[in-house]
Design a protein around this ligand. Structure first.
Ligand code: SF4
Length: 498
């Protein structure tokens, strides 16, 4: 079978190298259905591309109606003629094939442009005035198109562009290092191209590794079954592909790590394994031992100063990252530690608009102001980060000082950052509130409770106004709040083991 290296394979490879092998060689009948969330992302991407192209305001050659070899021939002819802008062409040279969204004539050659419905940079800090860096997953695709143009002798130079969701044109220079210790996009591409080539000709083997990426992947059931059957080290929390690959020769399974004498591999605080210090190796071994325990009990690794207040507000927000909206503020309110007093307040934006977002934010602030002595319990810094953003957007609703005071350590308790992550061990694959609450026996009413699914439900509600979808979101949010209470109460009863 003809196997070319494509831009989407490079993207997959950077996300999960095993995905390339699964797509190429696994029986398609074993694929899970594409998740509604991924379908929504595709739909968004395609709508955004159409919007950009229809509003381009320039003459361009549209090859989107052509397929396969016909498209390829038309692209090459257009380049030979010197067309200014070519939309949706295709180029194949040697083992490479690419379909750049646009090819733009610049000087004597062409530069590739990809239209993306996401931000074109990552890792910057707007408040600190720091620029982000090019995204590697986008960059390797631009590098592939540039490689094709170079092999054809028609490249304008070693760069290309991303047109991103903010309407910005971002130049990706392939030879500029991404950081003092991070190679350039061009180097990352060369490495990825060689590895994908090795995967496709089967000179290189890959293994599945459990990660958050698996949740949206069509191979999730197949890979998870394999990961469990092989008792793979990635079953342990925070032990990902890179560390697994560093440890696997010595400890092929969780059972091997649990039973090992790890002190043999520790020398003056360092270990024999790249990227794994002595403390981490011991921590992973404790996790492996907990995972292998037939009756595992979670425990605290040190005492925790639990919050005490007459009223607890278990607080969780829901957001739509695509519309950049905080649309739901959920509170479960408990008084005097008595669960029979528990009640839920769900403040849902009346419409997917900034006016409705502002009103919901104001209503949520009113609840906080109603309970000035309550402790606010949340899971991760996500709520605080979004409240800072809301405050900047709507400064007449609350002052920056009020938001900082709301989330100050004596007023709020981040159950994840202050207790679960630094101070406890659980026999679960991760420390998400979903995993921990499920371990404690809590069940969500929804059959598919996840942040990604909730984004898709909200999108449908925003388009249809369907009351059942709104209720589904409210129930999901309430269950997330109750789950936090379940985890908090369970953690307070755990033994401390050093
Ligand atoms: S399920 Fe996970 S390990 Fe398997 S291919 Fe997908 S992302 Fe990779």
């Amino acid at each position: 079978m003809e196997r070319r290296i494509t831009a989407s394979q490079l993207y997959s490879h950077l996300t999960c190298p095993h995905r390339v092998a699964m797509d190429a060689f696994e029986d398609p009948a074993r694929r899970d259905p594409v998740s509604p969330f991924v379908e929504l992302l595709w739909e968004r991407g395609s709508i955004y591309e159409k919007e950009v192209i229809s509003g381009i305001g320039l003459a361009f050659l549209d090859l989107s109606g052509l397929q396969g070899d016909e498209k390829e021939a038309a692209t090459r002819e257009a380049i030979t003629r010197g067309e200014t802008l070519i939309y949706n062409g295709r180029l194949t040279v040697d083992e490479l094939r690419g379909e750049p969204d646009l090819l733009r004539r610049e000087g004597e050659g062409y530069a590739a442009i990809d239209i993306k419905s996401g931000a074109g940079e990552e890792g910057g800090d707007e408040d600190a005035g720091e620029d982000g860096k090019p995204k590697k997953t986008y960059g390797v695709q631009i590098a592939l198109y540039t490689d094709l143009l170079e092999r054809l002798g028609v490249s304008a130079g070693r760069y290309g562009y991303i047109w991103d969701v903010h309407g910005d044109e971002l130049r990706y220079d392939l030879d500029a290092p991404l950081g003092p210790r991070t190679p350039s996009i061009g180097e990352i591409y060369q490495q990825a191209r060689l590895e994908v080539s090795g995967t496709l000709d089967r000179s290189r083997t890959t293994r599945p590794a459990a990660s958050s990426k698996c949740k949206q992947c069509v191979w999730r059931s197949t890979c998870l079954a394999e990961i469990k059957a092989s008792n793979d080290l990635t079953l342990l929390p925070w032990l990902g592909r890179a560390i697994r690959d560093a440890l696997i020769d010595q400890f092929p399974t969780v059972a091997d790590l649990a039973a090992a004498d790890v002190t043999r591999h520790i020398h003056k605080g360092k270990t024999d394994f790249k990227g794994v210090g002595a403390d981490r190796l011991r921590k992973f071994q404790r996790r492996a031992q907990l995972a292998m325990d037939p009756g595992p009990k979670p425990y605290l690794t040190h005492p925790v100063a639990w919050p005490t207040a007459p009223v607890e507000l278990f607080f969780d927000i829901e957001t739509d990252p695509m519309r950049d909206l905080v649309y739901l503020h959920g509170f479960v309110i408990r008084e005097s530690g008595d669960t029979s007093t528990e009640r839920f307040i769900g403040i849902f934006a009346a419409a997917p608009t900034s006016e409705a977002e502002k009103k919901a934010f104001a209503d949520a602030m009113a609840v906080f102001r109603q309970y000035p002595t309550a402790v606010v319990i949340h899971y991760s810094p996500y709520e605080r980060t979004n409240f800072r953003k809301l405050q900047q957007r709507y400064p007449d609703v609350a002052t920056a000082e009020e938001i900082e005071a709301l989330y100050a350590p004596d007023k709020a308790f981040d159950l994840y950052e202050r207790a679960a992550r630094p101070g406890s061990e659980w026999p679960t694959m991760d420390f998400s509130v979903k995993s921990l609450a499920k371990f404690c026996g809590f069940k969500w009413r929804d059959t598919d409770p996840s942040g990604a699914s909730s984004i898709e439900w909200f999108d449908r509600w925003a388009k249809t106004g369907e009351p059942a979808l709104k209720q589904r979101l409210l129930d999901y949010n309430e269950d997330d709040c109750v789950a936090m209470r379940v985890v908090l109460d369970a953690m307070k009863t755990l033994a401390v083991r050093g």
